[in-house]
Design a binder for this molecule. Structure first.
Ligand code: ATP
Length: 195
């Protein structure tokens, strides 16, 4: 079973591309969703977050994301410590997912910051989804209803697109001109040839 990473900057279209892979019955692990799930439901993780950031991190048991984000946004050390709490739990869930799907030809692991975090090292091949920055900004503005400056700030926090592409074994160009379905099918067949 090959472990294939799929990544790309904010609004590049990772989720959209994964939806197409899903129609091919490829199992997909959504690392960012899993991290959210763990923060919301894993009591041990919640206790550690409270010890790090204080009781305000949860209100009536519900994750207080604005508070946590405000604490860690400009404090790299705190962010590192928060990640050190969440990442091992996500990693364990990832290992469980890989073990559950050992008999598949390949599985996908989707994460926005796998290159920045280093988690790409556990994967056999990497797919990078890419789109021009102005298109990404337009799509995220429409999807999330947030302004251009907020999106640009998030983009500035991520690895530049050109740098990401250096890690790519496969590139899916989501510029709205080239067919996504055809590119996914071509990538799917290329991966199957490796198995
Ligand atoms: P994020 O990192 O922010 O989660 P993402 O990389 O998962 O983003 P998507 O959510 O797949 O990106 O795409 C961003 C938005 O753009 C979505 O609303 C999606 O429906 C839309 N979108 C993606 N690809 C296309 C396309 N080829 N044509 C039109 N809209 C698209």
């Amino acid at each position: 079973m090959l472990k294939i990473g799929i990544t790309g900057g904010i609004g590049s279209g990772k989720t959209t591309v994964c939806q197409i892979f899903k129609t091919l019955q490829i199992p997909i692990f959504f690392a960012d969703d899993e991290a959210k799930n763990i923060v919301h439901h894993n009591q041990h993780v919640q206790e550690q977050i409270i010890a790090l950031l204080g009781e305000e991190a949860f209100i009536d048991g519900i994750y207080n994301k604005p508070f946590v984000a405000s604490k860690v946004f400009n404090d790299k050390y705190l962010l590192q410590q928060l990640n050190a709490i969440i990442h091992p739990a996500v990693f364990q869930a990832t290992v469980d997912f890989f073990n559950q799907h050992k008999k598949e030809a390949y599985v996908l692991y989707e994460a926005a910051i796998m290159l920045e975090s280093g988690s790409y090292r556990m994967l056999d091949k990497i797919i990078v989804v890419t789109a021009p920055e102005n298109i990404r900004i337009q799509r995220v503005m429409q999807r999330d209803g947030i302004n251009e400056d907020m999106i640009k700030a998030r983009i500035a926090n991520q690895m530049p697109e050109a740098e990401k592409l250096k890690y790519a074994d496969f590139v899916i160009n989501n510029d709205g001109k080239q067919s996504l379905i055809e590119q996914v099918l071509a990538t799917h067949h290329a991966i199957l040839k490796l198995t």
